[in-house]
Design a protein around this ligand. Sequence first.
Ligand code: PA5
Length: 331
Amino acid sequence: MEEYYLGWIEQVEKSLSRWGEPSLIITPRVIAVTGMGGSGCVGDYIATLAGLKHGYRYPVIVVKNYRLPSYIGGNDLVFVISYSGNTLETRHIYREALERGVETVVITSNGFLEEDAAGRGIPYIKVTPGIAPRTALLEMMLAALNVLDSSNLTIVSKEDVIKLKNFLKETMRDAYNLAVEIAEKIYRNSKNLVIATHSPLEVIAIRGKNEFNENSKIPVKIDVTPEWAHNDIVGWEKPLTTDWQVLAVKDPDDTRGMKLLEFMETIYRDKGFPIIEIELKGSNMLEKLVYGSLVIGLASVKLARLRGIDPLKTTSITRYKEAVKEILGEP
Ligand code: PA5
């Protein structure tokens, strides 16, 4: 599975090779990025990047559900993202988007969504099939960013993606080594894991939690300051167990973020929790988010290896996907 993450450079190259298409003529009121799990995470990245882009006029909302918010309608743009093309919640969203006449773009590698979008002539981007959905993050995210750039709704430009490719080439080895080190520390500490970070890096904490859940098969708590300082901090006064370790993710260029995180670490230290740190590399937020996600993704696979667990298998999700057919029904 490591090779899927090491293949992120190829995912960027593939995305660049088709940059410019499809291009839409639309001035959306709202952009909704929808999907579940590894596909749903794409929305978190796009919303973060849009929120940080100076002068960006289009609100981006993330929908990880089987229903579109009531306010999404004809003037909006919906990305329907499902790696397999078959996830039931996402198929419900797709049907709702079509019923409401919303401009819809599908990103998938296969399955119902590919066939249906092709049949109806709905714009879709087919990503590389045959890998774990969560490891296709970069290709799915760049597919959506490509459509936005090609439609004059730019959050990330082609030049930024070329820079990202070079950045990944320079840092891949370093990210791998750091991931191995982190996995060994987490394994040795053998305590419950908290991923702690400062805003606007919550997306790395969310993604990291999902990665350690799915690849390493462990539950994870997320702490994001400054909101953390208004609730979680009190929970740390009297936790039921003190058996925690912290993976702290920080952006060294964000002075206030670093200070907020330093304060956070004093609380963990008082409790005696071991802290493992990741300092993000990169010259812009896209590179930093990708670097952090890469390190954590690889670390979660390495932790699975140390525990003698198959990182690829997600038996419980398969079980849920059977059960949800009864619960939600066919769209
Ligand atoms: O990474 C995974 O395997 C999961 O989180 C899936 O992404 C999730 O179950 C949704 O499936 P899909 O991405 O095929 O829509």
